[in-house]
Ligand binder design. Structure first.
Ligand code: PLP
Length: 408
């Protein structure tokens, strides 16, 4: 839905989140008594680890009920800064003053886009990408410019593709590795090339690293691992996915000090500090390395089992799927866009929901309408049953590109 003429130009072109729309339709069908398998979810289906919950109880008992500094409590910002500083080898240091704690990484990303980009600016977005980047850049009255990668490279973009898409108005790029929706991970070499290119061109890099600790092959490098300088770099992360803490709403940005100050000022006029209790919970999450490692290992190994089982079904069916090296999504190609059928992914997802009772997110939400996103943050039984029904529908669906190659 695009909002009507009664609303101001601020939101005139704003679209509601497609991922939320899918959940709403799935919930409505469920309310009618239909047994919906929900593979649309964007959050780990695990409880927040017990050591975090315990710390939150203790913080409440100790009166963590008041406002904090807008940018967050000092020990949390220090913990974030010291983890980041531990991996950064470039010029200068990272301190707690560079960190702004926000209400989810979503707010951190919005703060960054709003503080860095404005009217007339163009912002490159390696695509497919999380739906909110395009809207956040547009809310800042800048222009999101999708840049596409090849299927053979798991839809990741190259330095050259970014350069080719750039104009004199290009001010920055928003990169997300591991990626939502593809799970693709930029390796060190690829990330270095992009960060160096941005530096040479004078672009801001906003790096959304929210899925970085959910990886299945090797590690997912941070831009901090490869950058020679922090100038021009804003790193965004949070506890939502890594610690199964989506509802606590704690994320953060690490930015050069002047940008951190601008984002703090912006946040001071919108939401002030992130919820005090949740900040204490996030502090516990980040400062108990043994408990963190144990709970992460359990979660990632469960995701890996589901991923491997689902991939083997899809490969057996010769489906075109991006093999996710991280995050918890399978990106599957379900059709070919034509003038008559510009959005085959949405048609497929609607049929899948209405006839096969499986909810997934159409690729149009990520500006790639030939695909669907399937979350494996659901019980393994549901994931395999849901993927089985997707394969059945692929076999009968007319917009499916026959003879397409399976990817690995
Ligand atoms: N970035 C990406 C790529 C996401 O997929 C999401 C949530 O789905 C977020 C950011 C938002 O995370 P948070 O819950 O920390 O706001």
């Amino acid at each position: 839905m695009v909002f009507d003429a009664r609303s101001s130009p601020n939101v005139a072109a704003l679209r509601e989140s497609a991922t939320i729309a899918v959940s709403a339709r799935a919930a409505a069908l469920r309310a009618q008594g239909r047994p919906i398998i929900d593979l649309g979810a964007g959050e780990p289906d695990f409880p927040t680890p017990g050591y975090v919950i315990g710390a939150a109880h203790r913080a409440l008992d100790h009166g963590a009920t008041r406002y904090t500094q807008v940018s967050g409590i000092a020990p949390l910002r220090e913990a974030i800064a010291s983890r980041a500083a531990g991996r950064y080898r470039g010029e200068g240091t990272i301190t707690a003053d560079d960190v702004v704690v926000s209400t989810g990484s979503k707010q951190a990303l919005f703060n960054a886009c709003f503080a860095l980009f404005g009217p007339g600016d163009q912002v490159l977005i390696p695509t497919p990408a999380w739906t909110s980047y395009y809207e956040m850049v547009s809310l800042a009255r800048a222009v999101p410019v999708p840049v596409f990668g090849a299927v053979e490279r798991s839809l990741k973009v190259t330095r050259q593709a970014l350069v080719d898409a750039a104009t004199r108005e290009t001010r920055g790029l928003v990169i997300n590795s591991p990626s939502n929706p593809t799970g693709a991970v930029y390796d060190r070499e690829e990330l270095t090339a992009i960060v160096e290119c941005a530096r040479e061109e004078g672009w801001w890099v906003v790096s959304d690293e929210i899925y970085r600790s959910i990886v299945y092959e090797g590690l997912a490098p941070s831009v901090l691992d490869v950058a020679a300088s922090r100038e021009g770099l804003v790193v965004v992360d949070g506890v939502a996915k890594a610690f199964a803490m989506t509802g606590w709403r704690i994320g953060w940005s690490i930015a050069p000090p002047d940008v951190a100050r601008a984002m703090t000022a912006l946040q001071s006029h919108t939401t002030s500090n992130a919820t005090t209790l949740a900040q204490h919970a996030a502090l516990a999450a980040l400062t108990n390395p043994g408990a963190e490692a144990d709970s992460r290992r359990a979660m990632v190994s469960e995701f890996r089992r589901r991923r491997d089982a689902a991939l083997s079904l899809l490969r057996g069916a010769r489906a075109t799927v991006i093999e996710p090296a991280g995050a918890f999504y399978l990106y599957i190609r379900v059709g070919t866009a034509t003038a008559d059928t510009p959005d085959p992914g949405t048609i497929f997802a609607e049929r899948l929901l209405e006839d096969s009772h499986v909810a997934v997110v159409p690729g149009a939400a990520f500006r790639t309408p030939e695909w669907i996103r399937v979350s494996f943050a659901a019980p393994e039984r549901d994931v395999l049953e849901g993927v089985g029904r997707i394969i059945e529908l692929l076999a009968s669906h007319t917009t499916h590109p026959r003879g397409s190659l399976p990817l690995s």
